[in-house]
Design a protein around this ligand. Sequence first.
Ligand code: BG6
Ligand code: MG
Length: 295
Amino acid sequence: MNLVMRYDDQLKDSHRSGLEDVYAAHIHAIREAYGGVMARQKLSNIFGHLKSIDLFTAVAEKLKYMDKKNTDGTDKHPTEIKGFVFDLDGVIVDTAVHHFQSWKKVLKQLGADITEEDDLHTRGASRMESLEYLLNQYGIELTQEEKEMWAARKNDIYLEAIEQITPRDLLPGAFAFLIDTRKAGLKLALGSASKNAIGVLKKLGIEDRFDVVLDGNDAKESKPHPEIFTNACNALQLDPSEVVVFEDAAKGVQAALAAGCKAVGLGDPEALKAAHVVISGLDQTNPSHIIELLS
Ligand code: BG6
Ligand code: MG
C-alpha cells in the first residue's frame, strides 16, 4: 500500500479506476478486520492522502457499494433477520372471530351488546384483560370470583366453537409461509396470548413446525407488554433486532415494537399503522419478500 501511495499521483490519470479499486478493497479489508475506532485510526492517513489527490469521493462511492455486497457479489441482508415469531389467532388460523363471538355471547348474558370496536381492544389481550376491559366498557361490576366464573364460561363457549377446526382452517398462505420460513434457514417461534394455543396447533397439525412455542401460560403480562416476544427472542437465542413478529392485533404490534423486534401487521392498515409493514395476509407475500421489505 505504501508503494501505491507513493506513485499514485503519477498513475491516477492512466489508471484511475484501478487505483480506486485498490484503495476501496484495502479500506474494506481493514474495516472488516478491525471495525469501528481501530479501523478509523489505521485508515486516517489514507483518507487524508485520498483527499489530497482528489480520489476520496470516488473511493467512498465504491466502498458504499462493497458494503452492500457479500464477497461473492450477492446482496447482504443489512439487518440480518434470523427468526420469525408468529402470533396464532388471526395470523395462522381464523380463530379471532371465535374469540370475539364468544365474548359477544357472554356479555349478552351480562346484559350488554358489544360492538366491532370492542374487538380492537380484546384482540391480542389475555382472557382476563379482555373481560376486565369489557366489564369496564359496559359499567358492569363483578366480584373476583364472578369474573373467574365468566372468564371460564367464555372459554367453554370458545372451546365449543373451535372443537371442529382442522388444517382447512389455516388462513390462506399460512402453511406455505411456515414451510418457506424453515427453507429460508430462519428460526420460527409461536408467540400467542392464548392458553389454548397448543390445542389449536394440534388440531391444525402444525405443532411441530416451530422451534419454540410460547403461549398464554408463558408470560405474566398481557400484550402490549413485550414479555411474550422478549421471551420468544431469548428462547430462539436471537437479538430482538434480528426477529420479525407477525401480528393481527394493534396490541401485538405494540408488544413487538416494545420488545425491539420488527413488526409485520396483518389486516387493517389503519389499526396496524405502527407496524413496519402491513399486509392483508400471509398469502400476499413470502419470507424473502418480507426480509427485503424490512432491510
Ligand atoms: C389472543 C386473542 O390470541 O388470545 C385474544 O387474540 C384472546 O382475543 C387471547 O383473548 C387469550 O386467549 P385464551 O384462549 O387464553 O382465552
Ligand atoms: Mg392475534
